[in-house]
Design a protein around this ligand. Sequence first.
Ligand code: SF4
Length: 97
Amino acid sequence: MADRFDKHQEPMEMKRRCPRLGHDILFEYCLESGEDDFPCWKIFDCWWEIFDVEAYLKARLPEGEYRKLAQKKPKPKVASILEIVEAAKKRTGKGSE
Ligand code: SF4
């Protein structure tokens, strides 16, 4: 997987604190720390504020792999909370009032 990425170009050398590991890691690590050496499923969430990670990955990954990764993108917390509330309403039968 990482062979698709030029390790001598930005943003490979960029660092950030990994919320999963609790210490600084290079972007390069994120590109191959997911399942089967794929990018980590949190890569969009972790890097979007630092650079245009979506455009970067879209330009380098085959379309199917990009789509698969994008589908793993975590939902915003508010959306997740609203889904949980809706599911709870349906379970208790209070959703149709
Ligand atoms: S993308 Fe994954 S490995 Fe990289 S910083 Fe985020 S959680 Fe850590």
